[in-house]
Ligand binder design. Structure first.
Ligand SMILES: [Fe+2]
Length: 258
């Protein structure tokens, strides 16, 4: 779980990555898009099952920030090791910022909603469930669609990197990643750097949450029994405190109406 202060700090850090690395009108469009759905993004979990990584309010932005930071560090290592310069830092950060954007859902419907099956909440510790009002799309495809439909156009490098960020964990990426002739291999290493950054971040999140429990160093923490998007007793306080600290005064009105 994150504290309201951590959620607020993560959101500020996320916006700062956009300000720092995505210039001109595209940066403004991207920031406007994220600010339009500020509350949803700030409070989203990174996954809908507690066994997966960062399944708690604020987990999504916490994960994305970690991927951005890891991508910038891995980029330095790859360059020091002799990687040919085939992408820009803007493309690297843009890809990292948006790699999991498809988890957001549609502009009308959230992907992850409160688990309504009490048995699954109690026995499987599932706080969230997937919203079946959404038409099936892969996470990368939905993310790219969200960007393009909001007039935020990815470059070819960014599109391939976001599309393949799960590496060979996603079989459909074989066409991009298993080209055995030089002509069919990717012509940029951006996708490898992004995939490694995502892998690193998810692994660290697993280690932080699960290793102490599995090694018996810490009592298993109770997962929150509430959904981050509903104002119920337990997390409304966290949410209200986090939102109160945000710069956008319009959020106060949003909070009242939830
Ligand atoms: Fe990710």
């Amino acid at each position: 779980m994150l504290t309201p202060e951590q959620i607020k700090n993560n959101w500020d850090k996320f916006l700062n990555y956009i300000d720092t690395h995505i210039p001109f009108s595209r940066g403004k469009q991207l920031k406007d898009f994220y600010l339009k759905y500020e509350e949803r993004f700030a409070m989203m979990p990174a996954s809908h099952k507690s066994q997966y990584h960062n399944c708690f309010p604020g987990g999504y932005i916490d994960h994305v920030n970690r991927v951005i930071e890891a991508a910038l560090k891995l980029d330095t290592i790859w360059r020091e090791m002799g990687m040919v310069d085939t992408y820009t830092t803007e493309e690297l950060v843009f890809s990292a910022i948006n790699h999991d954007l498809g988890k957001f859902g549609t502009e009308e419907h959230e992907s992850y909603i409160e688990q309504t099956d009490q048995w699954r909440r109690d026995k499987l510790n599932e706080t969230y469930m997937f919203n079946d009002r959404l038409e099936y799309m892969t996470v990368p495809d939905r993310g790219l669609y969200l960007l393009i439909s909001n007039g935020i156009i990815p470059t070819k490098n960014e599109m391939i990197a976001i599309r393949t960020h799960d590496g060979l964990y996603d079989e459909s990426n074989k066409a991009y990643l298993m080209g055995f002739t030089p002509e069919t291999k990717p012509r940029t290493s951006l996708l490898y750097v992004l995939h490694q950054a995502d892998l690193l971040a998810a692994r660290i999140e697993f280690e932080r949450e699960w290793l102490p429990k599995l090694l018996g160093e810490k009592k298993v923490e109770e997962k929150p029994k509430t959904n981050s998007f509903s104002l119920n007793k337990n997390n409304s306080n966290v949410k209200a405190k986090a939102m109160k600290k945000m710069a956008n005064p319009a959020l106060a009105d949003i909070m009242k109406n939830l």
